[in-house]
Design a protein around this ligand. Structure first.
Ligand code: FAD
Ligand code: SF4
Length: 505
């Protein structure tokens, strides 16, 4: 079956960079269609079962050169449905570096402020109180306090959090204000049409401007093609994520003479797990809530550029990230209720790229530079020190072949390891940036500071792919605010005209 629609603006992707744009453009009076490759899974369908929900809500990819894993949401609401609800304002140092290094003079704190406020309010970013700091977060707090390190409870976008510990599985109580339960219904209330299981394949360009988006309708069960959809519009906002956005633009034959696909950057992450003599029950309560900021290099900190953040010990993700096999792995997993865990969130210096393979699917290259590997080693050491200071009896480092650490002296073993991605039990990222970035120059980006593609009228990039670098702090609010900022420019330029034609053939 082949269908066609016509509207004012097509938004491709419904995550942090897509759904706010749909809401803002619909509010401005534009007729909006959102194409989302993933299924629409509502709160009532979030079963809380790890295997089922991860498979239904998420997608995994890996870098061809380093094997580094990247995870993202693949459903209506995108990664916000599976994320940990942590919220930070855009760090001022990051906005300053975008102005200085990418010529984005308009990206001031003042320009961002109304959009940050709107994002903050819409998703109800709020301080995390004691009732929502579980013992897992508490161990990080205790260790940091004993070492005199700066640390804080993070803001979370929740309302009435029931402490279930299932934030990565969609939040079955509906407390987490993901895009699925905030921006998407806001957009729909203003007339936007959200089409799930519609994968954008190609953007049609004619006479130097966008004309339409061609998409494939997917079967909800098999994800195999079941039809075609063409949506005609004078504006196309691409928000398919850091892998999906460059891939769609490259499949469309766009970006010649620009940095499309280049400049991709992550927050690289590894886990450190610690065993305590008393139960921690780290699988209950918010999946993430507390951060050690001592080593950060944003928000006024002058460290080497990493944060240490408490993270759930949900069974399958803990098992799959612990080093080792067989009886030793089983011994650690048997102690699950006694385990605390935290994740290193590194502000990478590495830059990678996204190309497309023969099938047009994203092909990621990301080879961590030596400086980043050295900083990961340092972060792992500091986190292990913290857990020992907090009273851990054993600390499990994310490095294959290293014995559990029981004292600071044992950490010397780390220095003997050739620190490279494949030596680590799991090196991954969920904070992805760039690939179709804003910049004043084609050599550095794909679009200008309004998100407008350099060479195609009516084409915008509004998601994390538009950000010229990583942010040094969990990025969803920065992505939403930037998307709203770009949407405000689109709405102003189009004057809120509407076209109501819908046709099918
Ligand atoms: C497990 C996890 C935990 C995280 N925790 C936090 C956190 O606590 N705080 C925080 O600030 N950030 C967190 N993040 C990161 C944050 O959620 C993302 O940075 C943000 O959602 C990215 O926004 P985006 O719009 O670029 O992409 P996404 O939100 O991933 O949305 C992209 C959407 O595009 C769709 N898509 C892809 N290709 C196509 C196509 N061809 N056609 C149509 N649709 C397509 C995808 O299915 C997806 O729904 C987390 C991420 C993950 C995965
Ligand atoms: S801990 Fe709170 S936010 Fe997370 S899934 Fe449970 S109710 Fe939702």
């Amino acid at each position: 079956m082949s269908e066609s629609l016509r509207c004012d603006a097509v938004v491709v992707g419904s995550g942090a960079g897509g759904a706010p744009v749909a809401a803002a453009l619909a509010e401005a009076g534009l007729d909006v269609v959102v194409l989302e490759a993933g299924a629409r899974i509502e709160t009532r369908d979030f079963s809380g079962e790890e295997g089922e929900m991860i498979a239904r809500l998420m997608t995994a990819n890996s870098a061809r050169d380093s094997g580094m894993e990247v995870y993202a949401g693949a459903c209506v609401g995108g990664s916000t449905v599976v994320n940990d609800a942590l919220c930070w304002h855009p760090p001022p140092e990051i906005l300053a570096s975008w102005r200085r290094d990418f010529g984005l003079a308009g990206l001031t704190e003042t320009a961002f402020a109304p959009h940050v406020d709107r994002a903050w309010r819409t998703v109800n970013a709020s301080p995390t109180d004691r009732e929502h700091l579980n013992r897992n977060a508490h161990q990080l707090e205790v260790g940091a306090a004993r070492l005199g390190w700066s640390a804080e409870a993070m803001h979370r976008n929740v309302r009435g959090c029931a402490n279930l510990g299932l934030c990565n599985l969609g939040c079955p109580s509906g407390a987490k204000r993901s895009a699925l339960v905030s921006w998407v219904p806001d957009a729909e209330a203003r007339g936007a049409r959200v089409v799930p299981l519609a994968r954008a394949d190609r953007i049609e360009v004619a006479g130097g401007g966008v004309r339409a988006v061609q998409a494939t309708r997917l079967d909800p069960r098999t994800r195999q093609p079941v039809g075609a959809l063409r949506v005609e519009a004078g504006a196309v906002c691409v928000a398919a994520g850091v892998l999906g956005t460059p891939a769609l633009l490259l499949r469309s034959g766009l970006g010649a003479g620009t940095a499309l696909g280049r400049g991709v950057q992550f927050h690289s992450s590894v886990y450190v797990t610690a065993r305590f003599p008393e139960p921690v029950f780290g699988f209950y309560g918010p999946t993430m809530a507390y951060a050690v900021t001592e080593w950060s290099d944003v928000n006024g900190h002058r460290g080497p550029g990493f944060m240490l953040e408490s993270v759930t010990v949900a069974p399958s993700v803990t098992a799959s990230s612990l080093p080792g096999f067989g009886a030793e792995h089983e011994r650690v997993m048997e102690a699950l209720p006694y385990l605390a865990r935290a994740v290193v969130v590194l502000r990478d210096r590495t830059r990678g790229s996204v190309a497309i393979d023969r099938d047009g699917a994203p092909a990621l290259s990301y080879q961590p530079v030596a400086e980043d590997l050295a900083r990961i080693r340092e972060a792992v050491k500091q986190l292990a020190r913290l857990y020992l200071a907090a009273g851990a009896t054993e600390v499990y480092l994310p490095v294959n072949g290293i014995a559990a650490v029981r004292s600071e002296a044992d950490l010397a073993a780390l220095d003997a390891v050739r620190f490279e991605p494949r030596a680590l039990s799991l090196l991954y990222a969920v904070h992805l940036f760039g690939g179709a970035a804003m910049s004043a120059s084609r050599a550095q980006g794909f679009c200008d500071e309004s998100g407008r593609a350099f060479d195609v009228v009516g084409l915008y990039v509004t998601d994390a792919a538009a950000l010229p670098s990583n942010t040094g702090a969990n990025p969803q609010i920065t992505i939403m605010a930037n998307a709203l900022r770009i949407a405000a420019g689109i709405a102003a330029a189009r004057g809120g005209r509407r076209s109501d034609e819908v046709s099918a053939r």
